[in-house]
Design a protein around this ligand. Structure first.
Ligand code: TRP
Length: 330
């Protein structure tokens, strides 16, 4: 079967090492065994939760830079901004018209927001938040994606996409491919500097695109216990060890375990971790430094990606319009 992978990245924040390990690297690895791959910046999703226009535009740039620097090949895949494909928004409306409101009532993100409200359950809730899963369904169904790599928090959205597609297929004509999720973080929570999940909101992230010096500074700040050099150390639940595992071969991991048993000092363990991560990030950083001041190139790459993707989207949308009866008078 033709495998077409597609994934969207909401444009908020700047990618850190947790995003790299959990989402970017595994998604790029999937490119090799798929026929087609689509990666896009979900900028219309990002305005649902963030109305600071400077944040949004900075994040679009940083996220585009991160994916390009991490090796995304724009010749062999589709890389575009959601907002550059207006057909997606048009499809989103069409899907709104076959989506049960009751289905959206059950969406976790919407339920979480309304459960914070005491008196008025609708306080602060926009239609954008409510319809978030429909826009996501449009992203996916527009391109007949077969496989969608996502974090486990997005599984419900994928189920809703499948529901919406089936409903449309049943009502009109089976135009939509029913997509499968590929869960990227099944057993993987990347730990941050303080041992909690690495997340911008905890302020415990290790940067992906900053200088070597900042990478080192940040790794040296990882919280460890107070065991002295020479005392055996437990690798279980240890942030340093955990991060090491995300970058090392099996053989290197067992050597590192041996060093823990032998009582390696925390300073030395962090130094080894830094060297390993730095080796993988160095080429990424080099590409980043080449690109970061070349806005014209980034814009060109995204525009070309949108042009390519739009050809598919236009064809698909005209088929869809035809079956729903939005067509020339005859
Ligand atoms: N909602 C996804 C997230 O926050 C981002 C996203 C938008 C997406 N559209 C998509 C992911 C389509 C996969 C497919 O992570």
């Amino acid at each position: 079967m033709k495998k077409r992978i597609l994934t969207g990245i909401t444009t908020t924040g700047t990618p850190h090492i947790g995003n790299y390990i959990g989402a970017i690297r595994p998604a790029l690895d999937l490119v090799e065994d798929s026929n087609d791959s689509f990666f896009f910046l979900a900028d219309y999703h990002s305005i649902i939760k963030n109305q600071n226009s400077d944040d949004i535009s900075a994040s679009v740039k940083n996220i585009a830079l991160a994916w390009l620097s991490c090796g995304l090949d724009t010749n062999s895949s589709y890389f575009y901004r959601q907002s550059d494909i207006p057909e997606i928004i048009e499809l989103s409306w069409i899907l709104n018209c076959v989506t049960a409101k009751g289905l959206m009532n059950r969406a976790h993100a919407y339920k979480a927001a309304s459960s914070l409200n005491k008196k008025d359950p609708d306080k602060g809730i926009t239609l954008g938040l409510f319809a978030y899963p429909v826009l996501m369904a449009a992203d996916i169904l527009m391109f007949d994606s077969t496989h969608v790599p996502v974090g486990s928090d997005q599984i419900q959205h994928l189920e809703m996409t499948r529901d919406i597609a089936s409903r449309f297929n049943h009502l009109y004509k089976p135009l939509f491919t029913i997509p499968e999720p590929i869960i990227q973080d099944k057993e993987k929570v990347v730990l941050g500097l303080d041992g909690r999940k690495m997340s911008k909101s905890y302020g415990n992230v290790i940067p992906l695109l900053e200088s070597e010096k900042n990478l080192k500074k940040s790794i040296m700040k990882i919280v460890t216990n107070s065991l002295e050099p020479g005392e055996p150390k437990d690798s279980k639940g240890c942030t340093v060890f955990d991060l090491y595992k995300s970058f090392a071969s099996d053989e290197a991991i067992s050597d590192f375990q041996q060093s823990y048993d032998d009582g390696i000092s925390w300073g030395e363990a962090k130094e080894i971790l830094f060297n390993l991560i730095n080796k993988e990030l160095e080429p990424i950083r080099n590409r980043y430094n080449d690109l970061v001041n070349d806005q014209a190139l980034i814009n060109d790459l995204l525009n070309d990606g949108a042009k390519k993707a739009r050809l598919i989207a236009k064809d698909k949308l005209s088929e869809i319009r035809e079956v729903i009866g939005i067509k020339s008078i005859s």
